[in-house]
Every structure is written in structure tokens, then in C-alpha cells.
Design a binder for this molecule. Structure first.
Ligand SMILES: Cc1ncc(COP(=O)(O)O)c(C=O)c1O
Length: 400
């Protein structure tokens, strides 16, 4: 009998952390590596947030808090949902947790019975399938074609729904491809969902504020108010406010689901860090001016990277509408040979080739459920990004 439980085998090591670790190992050996494998903004946490944290410590806000967050935290979450998404939640319909990831984990543990299905649109954030499988749920993948902006089409959704479907995951802007659903697209998906009242929707809006070309963000429960009761709207401060290390995510949904998730979190971690709550309250309710500045910076980087990758022989890269990744198609590299090496067969081979030959670390599309693509993060300086793209161009050029 194994000491380690069978369920632990249902977690895969996260592809982006594996890639980042490999890049670090090579760098430690003295190689010049540009790591574009990680999913965190390269900007610092804003000063107003840091100042709020110092004040909170001076006021000794260092004890346990209610599991789902202090009254002020919940008020800030409700305020944010109203201001940004025109969604009205009361305090008992929202909760804070230790990152969006814990919130999603809690939602799965609280709702999935063995054999329940969750529809996951590919490409997807790597964590979703593992979190579903961990609780013996069944991920049902729907591949979303690049020509549709990597977005699920209403007929695909209709075909994927079964009597066992418990959840649909919707992530916009999407990690890894940067696709953003418009209000009309959400409405069309909503028409399908309204025909299937047993399906709940986990909407992951964590990249909401990283948007390009003046696109306006719309979340599902706002576009299709009839789905409000069935939608868990997940968000967090990690990406918009450069606060990945503070571990603060939150959600709004039905009271019964929030109750269940809070009960679980109570026996898991208890409350999210009291100081991180103070930080998040300031992030959500304080000045938002840097959001537009940072989005503009990400957009400028996107433009340069997309153009340069489209000039790399064998790659084509469509323009992400949000988030801070590019997801170029590398089918033109499959079957080609590095000097003295074996032919490239998969996007995993492309990633290994780029890392070993020119020191650029990315993540293979297969990890996100769609091949042959690679994901490169644009959360790096313009200088590093242009140098990385130059290297990718030369690596593609030297393939036979
Ligand atoms: C799509 C998506 N959702 C949720 C998260 C979770 O973020 P956090 O746990 O830092 O709030 C991430 C982080 O990479 C993500 O990419």
C-alpha cells in the first residue's frame, strides 16, 4: 500500500514552472537565457498598496479574520464588481481566498462528484484540468480554432453539454492565447446555456484589466444577466495589480456556493493573510490610474513581439486582444531539422530547441491543450523581448 494517496497522481507538474525551472538551471550553468515562460507581470506592486500595508501593520491588523475575508474586504470586492462589471453582490455572495487558484480549487471540491463533467475550452490555463481531475471530475475539452480567435462557438458548446455537465470554464482574456469574448459572443453562448439549466459557469476574469486596442471588457453575468445565479465570477489582484505573491483572489456567486467554498477554506487555510487583505482593499478601491499605463506597455510589447514572430520563418502569430502572452502557431517548424539534430516533431520539441539553441524559454502549446503552438510571456522588458524574438528568428532560420 502506497503512503502517498492515489489522488496525488492526478496532479501534473505545472508546465510553466517546469519550463521556468529549466531556464533557471541553464542560467545557473552560465547560459544566457531569456525566460518568457512565467505568468506574472514584471511591474512592481503599486506604491499606494505598499503604503496601505504598512498602515495595516502599524494598526496591528495581524490576527485571524473571518474565513472569507473581513467586512472591509468583502465591501471592497462588492464595490469592484459593481464599478467594473455592473454586478450587484451582497457580502454573503462574495469571498476572498488565497489566490484565484484556491478559489477555483474550492469551487471544484465543493461541487464535483465523481464522473461529473467540466467543459474546458482549449487552449486553457494549465490548472483547470488538474483541479477537475483531482476531485474525480472529467474534463471535457473543446478545441477552439485560431480562426475563431480561439473562442468556443455556440454549436461546439451545445455539442459538448451532457446530463453530467456541471461546469463550463470560460476565461477571458485568455491565458495563453489572449482571446477576449465580446458581449455578443457571450450572449450567443448564453442562449445555449439558458437551454441547459443544470450547467454552471466558472468565469475566470483574472486578466480583465489587461486589454488592448480599446476593447471594452464584459463578463458573462453582465452580458447575460439571466445566468447571474449560475455563474461564479472569479477574479484576483495578481495580474492587474502586480500582486502575484500576495496570494489574494476572490469570487462572487450564489450564496449557497460561496457558503460551501467558505466552509472548505475554513478547514483548509482559514482566512487569506490579513495583511494581503489590506493590500487588496487598497488595490481594488484606490487609484486605478496605472492600469491603463500598464496595459499600454503590454500592448506596445505585444505589437513588437507579434510582428517579429510573424517574420520568423515557420511561425505565424495572431494578435492577442488581452493578457500578457503570445501564442504563435509553429506548424511551419514541424518536420524541420536543427543543424546536426533530429527533426522537430512536436511543439515540445520546438520549445526545447529554442531553449537549447538560443536560450529562449517558452512553454509548449500541448500543455494548454492545443498544438502546435508555443506560449511566450510578454511580461519582460522591451529589450529582452526584442532580443528574444531576434533569437527565435535566427533559430528558425537555421533549421534545415
Ligand atoms: C487564467 C488564470 N486564472 C487564474 C490564475 C490564478 O492566479 P492567482 O492564483 O495568482 O490569483 C492564473 C495565474 O496564472 C491564470 O493564468
Amino acid at each position: 500500500m502506497s503512503f502517498i494517496a492515489e489522488r496525488m497522481g492526478r496532479f501534473e507538474p505545472t508546465a510553466s514552472s517546469v519550463a521556468t525551472r529549466k531556464a533557471r538551471e541553464l542560467a545557473d550553468q552560465g547560459r544566457d537565457v531569456i525566460a518568457l515562460s512565467q505568468g506574472q507581470p514584471d511591474f512592481p506592486t503599486p506604491d499606494n498598496v505598499k503604503e496601505a500595508v504598512i498602515r495595516a501593520m502599524e494598526l496591528n491588523e495581524t490576527g485571524y479574520t473571518p474565513t472569507g475575508g473581513t467586512a472591509a474586504m468583502k465591501e471592497a470586492i462588492c464595490f469592484k464588481f459593481k464599478r467594473d462589471n455592473n454586478l450587484t453582490y451582497s457580502a454573503d455572495q462574495v469571498m476572498a481566498g488565497n489566490g484565484g487558484k484556491q478559489i477555483i480549487f474550492s469551487a471544484m471540491v465543493s461541487t464535483i462528484e465523481a464522473g461529473d463533467e467540466a467543459i474546458i475550452t482549449a487552449p486553457y490555463w494549465v490548472a483547470y484540468p488538474d483541479l477537475v481531475r483531482f476531485v474525480k471530475g472529467v474534463p471535457v475539452f473543446v478545441e477552439c480554432a485560431e480562426e475563431h480567435g480561439f473562442k468556443i462557438q455556440p454549436d461546439q458548446l451545445e455539442a459538448a453539454i451532457t446530463p453530467r455537465t456541471k461546469w463550463l470554464f470560460l476565461n477571458s482574456p485568455n491565458n495563453p492565447c489572449g482571446g477576449v469574448y465580446s458581449a455578443a459572443e457571450l450572449r450567443a453562448l448564453g442562449d445555449v446555456l439558458l437551454r441547459h439549466p443544470h450547467v454552471h459557469i466558472l468565469v475566470d476574469d483574472i486578466y480583465e484589466h489587461i486589454l488592448f486596442d480599446g476593447i471594452k471588457f464584459v463578463t458573462l453575468a453582465e452580458a447575460v444577466p439571466e445566468l447571474y445565479e449560475r455563474t461564479l465570477t472569479v477574479n484576483g489582484v495578481s495580474k492587474a495589480y502586480s500582486m502575484t505573491g500576495w496570494r489574494l483572489g476572490f469570487a462572487g456567486g450564489s450564496k449557497s456556493l460561496i457558503d460551501a467554498m467558505t466552509k472548505l477554506q475554513n478547514q483548509n487555510t482559514g482566512n487569506p493573510c490579513s495583511i494581503s487583505q489590506a493590500a487588496a482593499i487598497e488595490a481594488l478601491t484606490g487609484t486605478q490610474h496605472f492600469i491603463a499605463e500598464r496595459s499600454a506597455a503590454f500592448q506596445a510589447r505585444r505589437d513588437v513581439v507579434v510582428d517579429m514572430l510573424n517574420d520568423a520563418a515557420g511561425m505565424t502569430c495572431s494578435k492577442p486582444e488581452g493578457a500578457f502572452y503570445v501564442f504563435p502557431n509553429c506548424s511551419g517548424l514541424i518536420g524541420r531539422k536543427p543543424p546536426g539534430g533530429a527533426a522537430i516533431e512536436t511543439d515540445r520539441d520546438v520549445v526545447m530547441y529554442l531553449l537549447n539553441a538560443v536560450g529562449v524559454a517558452g512553454v509548449h502549446g500541448e500543455a494548454y491543450g492545443l498544438s502546435p503552438y508555443i506560449r511566450l510571456s510578454t511580461a519582460a522588458s522591451m529589450e529582452d523581448l526584442t532580443e528574444a524574438c531576434r533569437r527565435v528568428q535566427s533559430a528558425c532560420q537555421s533549421l534545415g
